[in-house]
Ligand binder design. Structure first.
Ligand code: TRP
Length: 335
């Protein structure tokens, strides 16, 4: 974009509550790298949370709080990025409405995540207009800031593809206002949870960023390792069979890794010892995050101020975009 020095990034998360190590290594570490070189906008997608949680909206504010504390504690820096809550920038609702006028229902109905989620969340009635329009709201989030790149996981690619199509359609109908956002896929190995399945809040197998050292020790001690190695005297195969080893690779030094691999293969090291070492390594890495989280949690005014400042900055951009959108739509000249 002419005049813009840094490329702009927008990404977001639905406030589902406390985040776990999977979020840290999969998303937040990446955001932290990006905040050093890009003009980043990170949003708390609370209206998106409402599409599936409209029956329990009272849970959303505390989920926002927990998630924002996690973001800040791991080092998302409000001096470098614009961090804000979607519903505090009402322009998103206006753009969502206008985009909904030009979005064919068939595009939304063929969105694979639409049917998938409806099936997965059977206990909820998701046959709503808002849920069908989820990707339209996401498109509004992204193009509102004329984002060039959107860091997302593979699961979000269909949504991003829809955002691109919606942006193209707007440009085609009313004039070239929006850059077509590109995805920025992050290659992250799925982090195993305590039971060996992907770490996920809904599987109850997560280590949360806000867990205490005692909880981390207890949880790790229950973690599945190498099921083909019931006794210590059986030689292990950590690289190929041990579930916990994926975490060791993240948290232990290369030197220690070499040692535990050879000891495990030689049946000289038991899984309990290995998990103890892992727990201590995680605790050591998490200590500064816990410390920061504690300080922030004790200072809600500061967090409020960060969010107010973020919303104000986001709003300025959103207002300028909406002025252009309205004038393109009604064929009036921009101021
Ligand atoms: N749908 C995303 C998720 O569930 C959250 C989200 C909302 C988002 N708006 C966004 C992600 C804009 C990227 C860009 O994770």
């Amino acid at each position: 974009m002419a005049g813009r020095i840094r490329q702009r990034i927008l990404s977001g998360m639905r406030p589902t509550g406390r985040l776990h190590l999977g979020h840290l290594h999969g998303v937040l570490e990446n955001w932290k790298r990006l905040q050093e070189t890009y003009d980043c906008y990170f949003l708390v997608a609370d209206w998106h949370a409402l599409t599936t949680n409209y029956e329990h909206p009272q849970e959303i504010p505390s989920n926002i709080e927990e998630m924002v504390l996690d973001w800040l504690a791991v080092g998302i820096d409000p001096d470098k990025v614009t961090l804000f809550i979607q519903s505090e920038v009402k322009e998103h609702a206006e753009l969502h409405l206008l985009l909904s006028m030009i979005t064919p229902v068939s595009w939304l109905e063929r969105n694979p995540t639409y049917k998938e989620q409806q099936q997965q969340l059977k206990e909820k009635d998701l046959a709503t207009f808002g849920f069908l329009g989820y990707p339209v709201l996401q498109a509004a989030d992204i193009i509102m800031y004329k984002a060039n790149r959107v860091p997302v996981g593979v699961d979000q690619l269909p949504h991003l593809e829809l955002s691109r199509e919606i942006a193209r359609r707007f440009n085609y109908l009313y004039g070239d206002i929006f850059p077509i956002p590109e995805s920025m896929l992050t290659e992250v190995p799925k982090l195993p949870g305590l039971d060996g399945r992907k770490m996920s809040k809904s599987y109850d197998n997560s280590i949360f960023l806000s867990d205490s050292p005692e909880v981390v020790r207890k949880k790790i001690s229950t973690m599945i390792t190498d099921v083909e190695r019931p006794r210590m005297k059986d030689p292990g195969d950590p690289e190929n069979r041990c579930i916990a080893f994926k975490l060791h690779q993240l948290y232990l030094s290369p030197e220690r890794l070499d040692v535990i691999v050879s000891e495990c293969k030689a049946a000289k090291r038991g899984c309990a010892a290995c998990k103890k070492e892992l727990a201590e390594a995680i605790i050591c890495k998490m200590a500064p995050i816990w410390q920061k989280r504690k300080v922030l949690a004790a200072d809600p005014e500061r967090v409020k101020a960060i969010l107010a400042d973020g919303a104000e900055r986001a709003r300025k951009v959103a207002q300028s975009t909406m002025a252009q959108v309205r004038s393109a739509l009604w064929n009036r000249h921009v101021r």
